[in-house]
Design a protein around this ligand. Structure first.
Ligand code: PEP
Ligand code: MG
Length: 326
């Protein structure tokens, strides 16, 4: 089977009835970027910038960050790369930036920290923009994580504009990047039309969205059986997000683990999700699914799944279909 999958590497991610889905890689370490480039990924849909910060013993400065991001952009060019701003806190504390909280997943995390620490935030945004200018490939997108209310997105974009204006004033040839919002908090899902109207694209973080919709810690084994991205409520909310983002004429990607699971990727395809960004190890399996299942069938299965009563039943039905296709 794995030899068969290897042969898929250079074939397009296209359904038998001619629908294209963009398959992108998640990454955070430079080693993954080269692997992503060689694996048939059409770009990097999620670069978790915090990985670079975890490997240091202090906040990396602007020049150091610029060099890191420029290497990522250059090695993927001309393919697109989405750099996500720092998403620490929650289960991902930085050793040199300790946070003590009773409920870290509901606490100071992601964009909340950045907006409270605008120096750290602006340094990172300047580094991303400078990296984009150095690469000269116009392949940079910037993505904001953990947005809960519109004001956070507006403030983030304002700071990006400020960083951009400063660099232009310094005479650097920086273009303004594509900007995206992560939808991974239930309130953001509800307000997706409004949030989408402020940005170029929407990226669904199904890991956190599942955790917050189901009130289940994504890392707690005791409640792991409740943590299911095929839970009918999760599917229903994701379908709601995709429909509204498309009404606002914004492309949608999914960058949580769900995108790399062929069964759930099938349903995402049925919803019309434009790109799926996943761990590299899942890319060929998902491509096999895309090339095996017609879009029309994915839509029918989605309609059927949305009437079903449990994630267990939905998964069983999807596996039946995937097995029938090899
Ligand atoms: C997510 O929440 O789905 C996501 C992609 O971000 P992370 O896993 O880094 O929180
Ligand atoms: Mg997340």
């Amino acid at each position: 089977l794995s030899k068969g999958l290897q042969e898929l590497r250079d074939l397009p991610a296209q359904t038998p009835d001619g629908h294209r889905v963009r398959l992108l890689a998640n990454s955070g370490l430079f080693a993954d970027i080269n692997a992503a480039r060689d694996s048939g990924a059409e770009g990097v849909g999620l670069y978790r910038s915090e990985m670079h910060f975890f490997l240091r013993d202090r906040f990396p400065g602007e020049d150091e960050q610029t060099a890191t991001y420029a290497r990522v952009l250059a090695s993927m060019a001309p393919r697109p790369v989405t750099l996500r701003t720092l998403d620490v806190g929650g289960d991902k504390p930085l050793p040199y930036f300790p946070i003590q909280e009773e409920n870290p997943f509901l606490g100071w995390r992601g964009i909340r920290i950045l907006l409270d620490q605008p120096d750290i935030f602006k340094t990172q945004l300047r580094a991303m923009l400078r990296a984009g200018a150095e690469t000269k490939a116009d392949n940079l997108s910037i993505l904001f994580p953990m947005i809960t209310v519109l004001a956070e997105l507006e403030e983030s974009i304002e700071l990006l504009r400020l960083a951009h204006a400063e660099l232009v004033e310094d005479g650097l040839p920086v273009s303004f990047p594509r900007v995206g919002v992560m939808i991974e908090v239930p309130s953001a899902a509800y307000q997706v039309s409004l949030l989408a109207s402020r940005v170029d694209f929407v990226s669904i973080g199904s890991n956190d969205l599942t955790q917050y919709l189901l009130a289940v810690d994504r890392n707690n084994d005791r409640v792991a059986k409740l943590y299911d991205h095929l839970n009918p409520a999760v599917l229903g909310v994701i379908e709601w997000i995709v429909r509204r983002a498309h009404q606002a004429a914004r492309p949608v990607s999914v960058c949580g683990e769900m995108a790399g699971d062929p069964a759930s990727a099938l349903l995402l395809m049925g919803m019309g999700v434009d790109s799926l960004s996943m761990s590299l190890g899942n890319l060929l399996k998902v491509k096999w699914m895309v090339r095996s299942i017609p879009l029309a069938m994915a839509r029918e299965l989605l309609a059927e799944a949305l009437t079903m009563e449990s994630g267990v039943a939905i998964r069983a039905r999807l596996h039946e279909v995937l097995e029938a296709h090899g």
